[in-house]
Design a protein around this ligand. Structure first.
Ligand SMILES: Cc1cc2nc3c(=O)[nH]c(=O)nc-3n(C[C@H](O)[C@H](O)[C@H](O)COP(=O)(O)O)c2cc1C
Length: 341
């Protein structure tokens, strides 16, 4: 198909009221088809999205081969970017000494970070492992060169941070490609940017966007580790989607959470037992009754949960006497909490 370039009205002389019209050159677009992916391809995309996890403690020491590294860096480089600016660089770090120095920066920043939380949360914060810098065989520092597109960048004229957001898109592509390759990635942001830049020789107009720890893993958490460790739960998507006006709930039924959880649980029967079921139902609205099918079992195990308070669930699970144990506590259907043991 041959397209003739549309006429572009070009104000060459701002003092002249008459715009001068110029013709864009003809070009022949290269197009590909827009049909949906096959079922298997779609499932693979969603599986990468839902089963990706931030990894801190499950790295194996095995080296990551160069070709595998390239298979995660190249998709990152194919992310969208404002004005096609491609402001990113990927600084691959394999030098153990440099990693050790960055780990030192983390350790110091993390002490400061802990003190920023309310007193009653500081203990819980300190108990979390929030980096895998030296246990991962490779680190990747993803940067954004804010000068790359020149002084005026198409698309960033009125929202100047678009170059940073573009770089984050690249990071997300990297994370998903890594999951598909069976690599874990942990994002570390408890760092002083200037100190990391000094160690890595990153010049000034360049921002540090993501410091990533990368390596093969023994396993992935089925749901976010911070959730499993009781730091925070996933917000139900129904609370986050508005229509036409801030705060206005859509009239159509909100998307369900089932999909994401069954992806995380689907292939690992052992992940179908334990607190993840409870955590799943905790994300549901108060008073709602939910059925979770653990599709990895045959026939699928079905559990019904009713959420009776922000932190309590009751379960109709056979053999559990209509109660559920969660984080060391047992709840009965009327919401009462029973100490165990
Ligand atoms: C911008 C950004 C910075 C993050 N920084 C850290 C960090 O410093 N330490 C950490 O343990 N996790 C960090 N994470 C990972 C989040 O804690 C994690 O994405 C979240 O708990 C959800 O878990 P999931 O990624 O496994 O789904 C960061 C994630 C993002 C997107």
């Amino acid at each position: 198909m041959k397209l003739v370039g549309p006429q572009l009205l070009c104000f060459l002389n701002m003092g002249n009221a008459m715009p001068e019209a110029i013709d864009l050159p003809e070009f022949e677009p290269r197009l590909t088809t827009g049909e949906p992916f096959s079922d298997a391809e779609r499932e693979a995309v969603y599986r990468a999205i839902y089963s990706r996890r931030d990894v801190r403690g499950q790295f194996r020491p095995d080296a990551v081969a160069d070709d595998v590294l390239l298979r995660i860096l190249d998709p990152a480089h194919h992310a969208p970017s404002v004005g096609f600016m491609q402001p990113w660089n990927f600084l691959v770090i394999r030098d153990a000494e440099k990693m050790r120095q960055v780990a030192g920066i983390f350790a110091r920043a993390n002490v400061e970070a802990a003190s920023m939380f309310p007193k009653d949360r500081q203990g819980a914060y300190r108990a979390l492992k929030l980096e895998g810098i030296t246990s991962a065989p490779v680190n990747i520092c993803v940067t954004c060169d804010r000068t790359r597109g020149g002084p005026v960048v198409l698309g960033a004229t009125h929202m100047p941070d678009m170059d940073l957001f573009s770089t984050v898109c690249a990071v997300q592509n990297l994370l998903l490609a890594a999951r598909a390759e069976g690599l874990g990635v942990g994002w570390v942001s408890i760092l002083k940017e200037a100190e990391v830049k000094a160690i890595l020789g990153i010049p000034d107009p360049v921002r540090l966007v993501a410091y990533l720890c990368v390596g093969k893993v023994e396993s992935f958490f089925a749901t976010p580790e911070l959730e499993q460790r009781g730091w925070r739960t996933r917000t139900p998507i129904a609370e986050l989607v508005f229509e036409d006006h801030w705060g206005r709930k859509p009239q159509w039924p909100g998307p369900e959470n089932h999909r994401s959880e069954s992806f995380a649980l689907g292939r690992r029967p052992e992940a179908c037992v334990g607190p993840s079921r409870g955590l799943y139902a905790l994300g549901r609205p108060l008073g709602s009754t939910d059925v979770l099918r653990a599709g990895c079992n045959s026939p699928p195990a079905v559990f019904a949960f009713r959420r009776i308070s922000p932190r309590a669930l009751v379960s109709s699970e056979a053999g559990s006497a209509d109660s559920v144990q969660f984080r060391g506590r047992r709840y009965s259907p009327d919401g009462r909490e029973h100490m165990i043991g």
